[in-house]
Design a protein around this ligand. Structure first.
Ligand SMILES: *[C@@H]1O[C@H](CO)[C@@H](O)[C@H](O)[C@H]1NC(C)=O
Ligand SMILES: *[C@@H]1O[C@H](CO)[C@@H](O)[C@H](O)[C@H]1NC(C)=O
Ligand SMILES: *[C@@H]1O[C@H](CO)[C@@H](O)[C@H](O)[C@H]1NC(C)=O
Ligand SMILES: *[C@@H]1O[C@H](CO)[C@@H](O)[C@H](O)[C@H]1NC(C)=O
Length: 512
């Protein structure tokens, strides 16, 4: 189902196949059809999922004492002494003569394509070339054919980067032969097919410059993860961040829908429950009301199958997931060599909706918390969500907050649905994700850049706590609180080889 394909969907070499397996879990931003449209067969695999941690769950639901953690939880992050820092140390300079055109074709979901776009700008800069607006491949899982122009504001993109590189929307007529179809049908001299994963600047200078010199154009595909994070000039690193955090803005209709949703979360239409209106945001000059947390929940079948963990659906579920692994990955799933207990102790199992609910409750969120659910295709459907919804009755999503007319332009378009969730997530007081992956990393990076609160679940700790069936609620809560100190968005500096897009400091942020 998921292939990191080149133009022809062909497989790369062995090393690349290895990477493919490693990358798989991050391929699912998980925006599918609304739950109610899920096919009935999805449910036949289920013996209605029972809560697996009913003791903890019941303690929370019975809890009546006031919640002490609540107060500090909602306070914004303090100033940590870092500011965005995107200005180049050198004066911006466009090369006098472009060396030619760079074309890239990008696989993956929205967040992976986003990183590819940033890298493409950097590569064009390294080569003194002109960038053609990147081509977004149709993803085989989500079948969304939205183009760059459908998702991102192109004029803004070109304008923000105008002093850094030249960008064209389309190739000039003389190069119009250089299309996806052209590269799909034969070996072509202008295609760069073998860029190594995390290639260096000198690799591009040595291997792509000559093609530009000879033909005036180079088409790089595959291109995902094809530019190193190390050993690049400060100027190039800042340019990558500038693309990610400044130049890439969603199209106006996505921003408008996002704003409407954010507004409805902050100013709930029914103000009958004074309880959750008690928080007044200073950001809104006292006019605003509720704060909200975004929960990114990726719990679709692909992910459940790929993680190879036991999610409590019994034998029927086990068989269904094993079958799925066999069909999609011919059974080659790294995790399936481990037992469920081993996987849990290593923190390699995504949290179920029930588990993330217990984590949120232990951190201090309660039934007055407004929760926006990003990406709500959930394996097992609404039944799987019921424990979470019991804990957080004020749980909303795109569908509950926007009418079908408002959603008409994004309906069934995975990338645009993901774009709306990205936008709402960036405007939340707190963001948390139930599983590590591209969306989690994108938010950790972007919110670090803006000094916004982002909770990083301690997966290994939670795995251990959830396997201990004798823990009482106070023990569980105490362990959770202790294990999440310093995991609320505190600055972590990028280590060598780590992604600039997850850790923008210190390359793209300065101390002040
Ligand atoms: C939240 O829980 C308290 C008891 O802990 C209950 O009195 C109240 O009605 C609940 N509120 C909502 C919105 O469910
Ligand atoms: C790009 O242009 C700059 C000057 O604008 C020059 O110093 C550099 O060598 C050029 N690089 C390439 C690969 O042409
Ligand atoms: C770092 O970049 C320089 C110049 O591009 C190159 O000579 C050197 O080999 C690179 N070092 C590593 C470790 O990649
Ligand atoms: C489970 O938690 C209890 C209470 O904290 C502790 O005494 C016990 O050692 C734990 N068991 C395991 C297997 O970790």
């Amino acid at each position: 189902m998921v292939k990191l394909s080149g133009l022809k969907g062909g497989r790369g070499g062995g090393a690349f196949a290895g990477l493919l397996v490693l990358l798989l879990p991050v391929f699912f931003p998980a925006l599918f059809k609304p739950l109610s449209h899920a096919s009935p067969s999805a449910f036949s695999e289920w013996n209605a999922p029972k809560p697996r941690h009913s003791r903890l769950l019941n303690s929370v639901l019975r809890r009546e004492y006031p919640n002490e953690e609540q107060k500090s939880l909602w306070t914004p992050l303090r100033d940590q002494g870092w500011r965005p820092c995107l200005e180049s140390t050198k004066p911006p300079s466009l090369p006098e003569n472009s060396k030619g055109y760079i074309q890239v074709f990008l696989d993956g979901g929205l967040n992976q394509q986003r990183m590819g776009i940033c890298d493409a700008v950097a590569v064009a800069k390294i080569l003194n070339a002109t960038l053609v607006i990147p081509h977004l491949e149709m993803n085989p899982v989500w079948k969304d054919s939205s183009s760059f122009t459908d998702i991102f504001d192109v004029s803004h993109f070109i304008d923000v980067l105008k002093d850094d590189i030249s960008i064209v929307r389309e190739l000039p007529y003389e190069f119009s032969w250089s299309t996806r179809e052209y590269y799909a049908t034969a070996i072509r001299a202008t295609r760069v097919k073998l860029a190594p994963v995390h290639a260096s600047a000198s690799w591009y200078l040595e291997n792509v410059s000559p093609i530009l010199d000879s033909y005036g154009i180079a088409a790089i595909s595959p291109f995902s993860h094809r530019l190193a994070f190390n050993n690049l000039s400060a100027e190039i690193q800042r340019l990558r961040c500038k693309v990610n955090f400044r130049a890439l803005a969603f199209v106006p209709h996505v921003r408008a829908l996002g704003d409407a949703i954010v507004g409805r979360l902050r100013y709930p239409p029914k103000a009958d429950d004074g309880n959750y209106l008690r928080e007044v945001t200073d950001r809104d000059n006292g006019k605003g009301t509720g704060k909200f947390v975004v929960l990114h929940l990726r719990f679709d079948k692909d992910m459940a199958a790929h993680s190879a963990c036991d999610f409590g659906g019994g034998k029927a579920e086990k068989i269904a997931l094993a079958k799925y692994r066999q069909t999609i990955w011919q059974g080659r799933v790294v995790n399936s060599q481990f037992t469920d207990e081993e996987l849990r102790n290593q923190g390699r199992c995504p949290l179920t909706p029930e588990e993330i609910g217990l984590l949120l409750a232990a951190l201090g969120f309660d039934n007055s918390t407004r929760l926006y659910l990003a990406s709500h295709k959930v394996y097992g459907g609404e039944a799987r969500l019921s424990a979470l919804r019991n804990l957080f009755p004020l749980m909303e999503d795109k569908k509950s907050l926007a009418s079908s007319e408002e959603r008409a332009q994004i309906k069934g378009k995975a990338s645009l649905l993901a774009a709306v969730d990205y936008y709402v997530s960036m405007h939340s007081d707190i963001f948390i994700s139930a599983s590590p992956g591209n969306m989690h990393n994108a938010m950790v990076g972007h919110r670090t850049f803006e000094n916004l609160k982002t909770i990083r679940p301690n997966m290994a700790l939670l795995g251990q706590l959830f396997s201990n069936k004798s823990l009482t609620w106070p023990e569980f809560q105490q362990a959770v609180l202790a294990g999440h100190k310093g995991r609320h968005g505190e600055i972590r500096l990028r280590k060598p080889k780590q992604s600039l897009y997850t850790y923008p400091a210190p390359d793209c942020m300065c101390r002040h």
